[in-house]
Design a protein around this ligand. Structure first.
Ligand SMILES: C[S@@+](CC[C@H](N)C(=O)[O-])C[C@H]1O[C@@H](n2cnc3c(N)ncnc32)[C@H](O)[C@@H]1O
Length: 239
């Protein structure tokens, strides 16, 4: 049996009772070290699983064992996809979620711009999931071959996300959003020191939201009740 257990967003105490039961009765436990930060992770608990591979996807971790006839059970938990609801921007007012990768000197992908443009044309909010670089081999060690060396882990901040979004707006120029566009920054959702910050992109870009993980919502058309709630997290108020 392979259990895939969501640990939630805060720390290991967020595991569900069902998840804890599955941990207790498993012989081997794998930690998914890619899409997690410190406490938030997806525990891969298995009985028959061979050594995991360095790079894989969650779907692959379900498909491959199933093809081998291994039973797979997912033990659900909170996800950032629903936890952003804490700021009371209504979840059914969101459009397509986008990912924002770290730009490099030579690689500045901006496919997210068209998706944000579509969402905003419909008045919808956009959740931006920010890049995580964990166990990334260094360019030198890849070129040299042999034993890999790894870059230090990097987690994109709200500040970097806004900076890159505004750079793309400047380049594409379709007035999809601007420095004055309302957004909500989230840091460490589910942790005791979680931080939620609502303000314009320009205001939010100047705030240090602290340790990762961060994500960002670009606010679409709001209902008066949504606006009322965002006041609690307004730039300049302590929260
Ligand atoms: C690829 S997604 C994985 C999300 C995870 N599977 C889930 O459903 O919660 C990783 C991104 O989600 C966002 N994220 C995940 N956990 C978060 C948290 N506790 N607080 C803020 N953002 C978070 C960050 O942008 C992070 O880079």
């Amino acid at each position: 049996m392979l259990y895939i257990i969501g640990l939630g967003l805060g720390d290991e105490s967020d595991i569900t009772l069902r998840g804890l039961e599955a941990v207790k009765k498993s012989q081997k436990i794998y930690m998914d070290r890619k899409s997690f930060m410190g406490n938030q992770s997806h525990l891969l608990i298995e009985r028959w699983w061979k050594k995991g591979r360095e790079a894989t996807t969650h779907s692959d971790l379900v498909v491959r064992p199933k093809k081998l006839g291994v039973n797979v059970e997912v033990v659900h938990n909170a996800s950032v996809m629903n936890d952003v609801g804490i700021c009371r921007l209504q979840l059914y007012h969101y459009g397509e979620t986008v990912s924002t990768p770290f730009f490099t000197e030579i690689w500045r992908p901006d496919s997210f711009y068209e998706k944000i443009k579509k969402n905003r044309a419909l008045g919808l909010h956009t959740l931006c999931l920010l890049d995580i670089r964990v166990k990334e081999p260094t360019f030198e060690s890849l070129c040299r071959g042999g034993k890999k060396q790894y870059e230090p882990p990097r987690y994109m901040t709200v500040n970097t996300a806004i900076e890159q979004l505004l750079e793309v707006e400047q380049k594409r120029g379709d007035s999809v959003y601007s420095e004055e566009t309302e957004c909500v920054g989230f840091a460490r959702l589910g942790a005791e020191d979680q931080k939620i910050l609502s303000g314009t992109m320009k205001q939010s870009e100047s705030v240090d939201c602290g340790a990762p993980l961060h994500c960002l919502v670009i606010v679409g058309k709001t209902h008066p009740v949504e606006e009322e709630m965002l006041e609690f997290y307004k730039y300049g108020t302590a929260n």
